[in-house]
Design a protein around this ligand. Structure first.
Ligand code: SAM
Length: 292
């Protein structure tokens, strides 16, 4: 095997590149990550026949094809690890406590909007759709929207196909596998149409205010294992935007190792039977009147 050529990334260019990536997608590479960037991005320079990272930086900023390259850059730098039925206590809180609450409180408007922000290859929003199907028929005459979004176009392509390797099913029970997937001749598992039809996918950078302005009035946002890679400033921006996009009383579900400590006071931490979840407070009438 040939060894890949690694092109040196000088300190000053590393800082330029790091700040550019951080401004674009929120992911922050500290000084210890210089070699990681060097290793992962050297082949991109070769691909474009660029001789130095400085030239690559200018390419990313000004080239006609910069948008296309940003997609590939993100793909090289992001972690897309995910699987079906990830973090079961939280999913139990969703299906056994939050959904029954929605069933009651949203019965008047009969609209349910769920957003899986940073959905990677789709396992999370499809799991949500399966849990909804498992919860009975009560929502059949409702308008139900489950949106999965990610910054990475490649993972969204896989999500839209809905075909998964065995590895995606490390937490799927045999019952769920048999009920909602069909094994193909290669041993992969195709999600059935009944689930697929409930989910739509969209390419969306959580730090892009223009794209995210198209999302609003959500009842629940799952954003799990996404902002852990962001610095505090970027986390604050994203959480503030989630606050705007949730209706009063809506829920925010983060990954099990994530919290809003030092990030935001705008949510209430509620202890449910199965897990702790963040909720956007319902504004008191006086608050509403004061804010006019
Ligand atoms: C580790 S995966 C998490 C997938 C899923 N939420 C889960 O918990 O299993 C993180 C995903 O966040 C996406 N991501 C990272 N930065 C993003 C940004 N600025 N906007 C949207 N998605 C982003 C990555 O592309 C990646 O697919």
């Amino acid at each position: 095997m040939f060894e890949e050529q690694v092109i040196p990334l000088p300190d000053d260019v590393f800082r330029l590149l790091r700040d550019f990536i951080h401004g674009y997608c929120g992911i922050y590479f500290d000084n210890g990550s210089r070699f990681l960037l060097e290793r992962r991005l050297s082949r991109r320079l070769e691909q474009h026949r660029l001789k130095s990272f400085e030239e690559y930086y200018h390419f990313l900023r000004y080239d006609r094809k910069r948008e296309e390259e940003l997609v590939i850059l993100i793909d090289n730098l992001t972690t897309n690890e995910t699987y079906f039925f990830r973090e079961s206590p939280q999913l139990r809180a969703f299906s056994e406590e939050i959904l029954p609450e929605f069933r009651e409180t949203l019965a008047g408007r009969k609209v349910l909007r769920i957003w899986s922000a940073g959905c990677s290859t789709g396992e999370e929003p499809y799991t949500i759709a399966i849990l909804l199907l498992e919860s009975g028929d009560w929502w059949r005459d409702w308008q139900v929207e489950i949106l999965g979004s990610d910054i990475n176009q490649r993972v969204l392509h896989t999500a839209r196909k809905g075909v998964y390797k065995k590895n995606a099913h490390r937490a799927t029970s045999p019952d769920m596998l048999a009920k909602y997937f069909v094994a193909d001749e290669k041993g992969d598992f195709r999600i059935i149409d009944k689930v697929k039809e409930l989910v739509s996918f969209s390419s969306l950078n959580l730090l892009d205010p223009y794209k995210t302005s198209l999302v609003s009035n959500m009842d629940i946002i799952f954003c799990r294992n996404v902002i852990i890679y962001f610095d505090r400033e970027a986390k604050k921006k994203v959480i503030e935007s989630f606050h705007h996009k949730l209706r009063d009383g809506g829920y925010l579900l983060l990954g099990h190792s994530e919290s809003l400590i030092n990030i935001s006071n705008a949510f209430v931490l509620r202890t449910l039977k199965n897990d702790m979840v963040y909720q956007k407070p319902v504004r008191e009438r006086t608050d509403i009147l004061n804010s006019r």
